[in-house]
Design a protein around this ligand. Structure first.
Ligand code: HEC
Length: 156
């Protein structure tokens, strides 16, 4: 009788434990206030990011992050072309959270703007880690000096 009771109690605690743990983990990964930090020195993340970037972003932003031709002028359909992600573009003028939100939710939703554009929304395409990885890869390609300026922008 005594042993049975303990088995029952232990099972109940285990179930509650697993429930709390899964809630906690889910809470972390879906918390909109999750702290977004690019990690250009994290080699495994950057390597994953290179694959994600080449498969999902390079067709528009260029395989060397060079962007599309005449990216500062609207195209024949009136849309802005994809800007470069290297130091000649303005990606590094924006903080981590902004870049993450643009990539995950698109420009209109993340900036609450009515602004038709050709940047896709990756919310249902890439995981948060894959988005973070692609942006970390981009940052790893900037000169050290630009990376430092960008670090400072994020510490505010
Ligand atoms: C179909 C083409 C296309 C693909 C693929 C694409 N983008 Fe874009 N992206 C654009 C265009 C076009 C803009 C500029 C939109 C505008 O300003 O009107 C843009 C803008 C951005 C910006 C804002 C840059 C800034 O300085 O304001 C970020 C960040 C970005 N893209 C990240 C990504 C990432 C990361 C990927 C891959 C996961 C990706 N994009 C894939 C077309 C694309």
């Amino acid at each position: 009788m005594f042993a049975r009771k303990w088995i029952l109690l232990t099972s109940i605690f285990l179930v509650i434990g697993i429930f709390l743990l899964s809630y906690f983990i889910k809470g972390i990964s879906t918390d909109p206030k999750m702290l977004i930090r690019l990690e250009p020195k994290n080699l495994s993340l950057v390597n994953l990011g290179e694959i994600v970037y080449q498969n999902n972003c390079s067709s528009c932003h260029g395989s060397n992050l060079e962007g599309q031709k005449n990216w500062k002028e609207r195209d024949a359909d009136g849309y802005m072309p994809a800007p470069p992600h290297d130091q000649t573009g303005h990606t590094w003028h924006h903080n981590d959270q902004y870049l993450f939100n643009i990539t995950k939710y698109g420009i209109e939703k993340s900036l609450q703007l009515n602004y038709p554009n050709n940047m896709p929304i990756y919310e249902d395409v890439l995981t948060d880690i894959e988005i973070l990885a692609s942006l970390s890869y981009i940052k790893s390609k900037w000169p050290e000096k630009i990376q430092k300026i960008h670090d400072e922008m994020n510490s505010n």
